[in-house]
Design a protein. Structure first.
Length: 252
């Protein structure tokens, strides 16, 4: 049964993520999560990312892309780390088709911060995914593509994942499973830096086992997660839910 917003308020703030020694240690050991004009990657990290993606463009092109992006979008704000003396509750909203018919919208919008991922949208899906978007997390490859087209670089809600943080998540959270983490799981890892309590929606396969999106019509009935270790990522979040470190909503 779907909990009411008032019930969530009572459940939240009872346990801060920073109170867990394991999670706290991982937060402390991580590189800065966001790409910015001041937080640029080294050529070594760029080459690591380039090998994963089969990227042909060089480090010079990358630097031009970053400089262009940060001339168009405002500087990122400084984020306060999670703290026991406050409670910032966050919803990380994935794009799984299991959100269809979930009616999670009001519950998602109740959170202080709502994080959406890549092409996730709300228009036409408000009842299931809500209307609120605080941050939109964007894959680094998307940045490179948008630099070429100059389309979609104007919104302040977009945050770009720092490739060194991607490497850290792949090693520390996923044990190098798969080729590299999905943007969804990276967004979940990011939420641990921004939030005191985290609720996760819209991750995993649909009821037929397909890893499809709620805003697309499924053409491939055997759609999997490609290079991402989707099943392992899902299990990590489910286990954290069982340990009552996060709240994981499985959808329908």
């Amino acid at each position: 049964e779907l909990p009411q917003a008032s019930e969530v308020k009572l459940l939240c703030c009872n346990q801060c993520l920073t109170g867990d020694p394991c999670i706290r240690e991982r937060i402390i050991s991580a590189p800065k999560p966001f790409l910015s004009i001041k937080n640029k990657i080294t050529e070594d990290i760029f080459n690591w990312w380039k090998r994963l993606q089969g990227e042909k463009r060089n480090f010079t092109y990358y630097n031009e892309a970053v400089d262009t992006v940060f001339k168009v979008i405002p500087p990122f704000p400084d984020f306060a780390e999670p703290s026991p003396d406050r409670c910032k509750i966050c919803a990380v909203v994935g794009n799984s088709a299991n959100l269809k018919g979930s009616r999670y919208g009001p519950l998602i919008d109740f959170h202080n911060i709502v994080i959406r991922i890549n092409r996730g949208r709300t228009k036409g899906y408000e009842a299931d995914v809500g209307t609120k978007t605080t941050y939109h997390i964007i894959d680094f490859l998307w940045l490179m593509k948008k630099f070429k087209s100059r389309v979609g670089l104007h919104t302040a809600a977009h945050l770009y994942i720092y490739p060194e943080f991607m490497k850290y998540v792949h090693e520390a959270w996923l044990g190098n499973k798969g080729y590299y983490p999905s943007t969804g799981f990276l967004s979940f890892a990011l939420s641990l830096f921004l939030c005191d309590e985290v609720s996760v929606f819209g991750f995993g396969a649909d009821s037929d086992g397909n890893w499809s999106h709620y805003f697309e019509r499924l053409g491939n009935k055997k759609l999997k997660t490609g290079a991402h270790p989707g099943g392992y990522e899902y299990d990590v979040m489910v286990q954290l839910d069982k340990k009552k470190k996060i709240r994981f909503f499985k959808g329908w």
